[in-house]
Design a protein around this ligand. Sequence first.
Ligand SMILES: [Zn+2]
Length: 290
Amino acid sequence: MAVHNYTLHEAVSGVYMITDGNYQNMFVTTSDGVVVVDAPSPLLNLIEPAIREVTDDPVTTLVYTHMHKDHIGSAGKVAAGKLATPDLEIYAGGGTAAYLQAKQDPNRPVPTHVFSDKMTFTRGGRTFEFEPHLYHCVAGDVLVSMPQEKVVMAVDLMAPDWVPIFDFDIAVDLFGYMNAFDYLLGLDFDTLIGGHAERLSKREDVQKTRDYVQDVYQTVKRMRSELDISGLYAEDRGTEQRLAKDLFTSVWLDAAKEIAERWQDGPMRGVDLWTESHCRAMFMYVHFTD
Ligand SMILES: [Zn+2]
């Protein structure tokens, strides 16, 4: 009996999530081959056996949610592997495609099909929506949804049972990041594949993370508004940079303390690890952008 160090979750019939306990990707069986969304580098040797566990059909389509190598760094292996058809189609958003074209990384093949607006993709009786967003990756993110199956894949937004990792999962745009939660909750879905954690997420997981993120936002905003930063600067221009360092730091540290009091006992883990970084990232957003 083959021993695999991965777990296969079937969200709905024919829609699978593979995980090693941390990273996740998705594959979908259709009557015209298998559609694979993302190929994380840690799943390098797990994707082919996981697909072969459920079907003998070839992989005809690969989709990138974003260009980070931890999430698509096994794409080269999938594309060159024995499961992929020679005319494998690779779909990605415009920013991702431009980056990969410039980068020429054999582990992340350049997409064959590029889109800049929301597109509907049908393959073998399945319908997918590919929708460009910008919440996490500097080259853009793509939400992949399957309306009929009520499955959404939004990578590096959140992980169930955990607060986001540092700096809200290194989100480049906290405005887009916060809006993405509301956008997702406006969609009719039952299952979310977030790219991380051992299990599939449900609507209530998205809601819980949204509540946490909003608490960080409101808390940092309130504490920032209580400071007259420009007035304090004006008192002594000669120490402006020292003052900025001390004031900014005091706001995010105070906010982190208050947030930890409300969230350290659950429902999500990781407050001790990441909340200070969240408050720091949120301070930068509130101070410079909000
Ligand atoms: Zn990423």
